[in-house]
Design a protein. Structure first.
Length: 207
């Protein structure tokens, strides 16, 4: 046994791996196979493996976000109950925005109140005429509002009040409003007619 551990030239045990097989008592795989079995993944291999795991996880995360996000643009809706439009005054060059205009009343032929906001985008005051029209296009109520530049001008309670003695339509229907200046043809809006309830319960038409 002691002689087997020495260098045995001419006996076929000339290499360290040959001697190792004799000492252990059982054959080992050749050195090239041993290195193939025991070689650890190099850093690039580990990075590729980690990347392969992260990509499916990122795809799942993105698909989950898409499923949970609401489709805001798919179904647009008005931000308020009323109707919007605009009128440009040729005399001053100013554009007046009409926002959220509607009529509050209970029944056709009964008193109603016009509500809305005006925004003058110019730098000079604009006098705007507002006429509520009946089914034939005749004015049943007309008033004038001066829209000052850079401020919100309210039409209705808390602002310039325009009462309609006889509403041209009942709650749940629509009415028409003509907005114009002395120098412009103006615009015609279709307004919803709402009952004095809910958000409008405090509005009391004169009559």
């Amino acid at each position: 046994m002691t002689q087997a551990l020495g260098t045995c030239s001419g006996s076929g045990l000339d290499t360290p791996s040959d001697r190792l097989r004799v000492v252990r008592g059982s054959p080992l795989p050749p050195p090239d196979r041993l290195r193939a079995v025991t070689r650890k993944p190099s850093p690039p291999d580990r990075r590729r493996a980690a990347t392969g795991l992260l990509l499916p996880a990122a795809a799942l995360l993105l698909s989950g976000c898409s499923a949970l996000s609401p489709h805001v643009i798919d179904t647009p809706y008005p931000a308020a109950d009323g109707t919007n439009s605009e009128v440009t005054d040729p005399a001053t060059g100013a554009t007046v925005q009409l926002r959220d205009f509607l009529l509050v009343g209970s029944a056709k032929g009964k008193p109603a109140v016009l509500l809305g906001d005006l925004v003058n985008e110019g730098d000079k005051p604009v006098t705007l005429s507002l006429s509520v029209l009946d089914d034939s296009g005749q004015a049943v109520a007309t008033g004038q509002v001066v829209a000052q530049p850079g401020v919100l001008t309210k039409v209705g309670p808390g602002g310039v009040k325009l009462d309609v003695a006889a509403a041209p339509a009942a709650a749940g229907a629509t009415a028409r409003l003509r907005a114009f200046t002395a120098a412009s043809g103006g615009a015609t809006l279709t307004l919803p007619v709402l009952g004095a309830e809910g958000s409008y319960a405090s509005i009391t038409p004169a009559g």
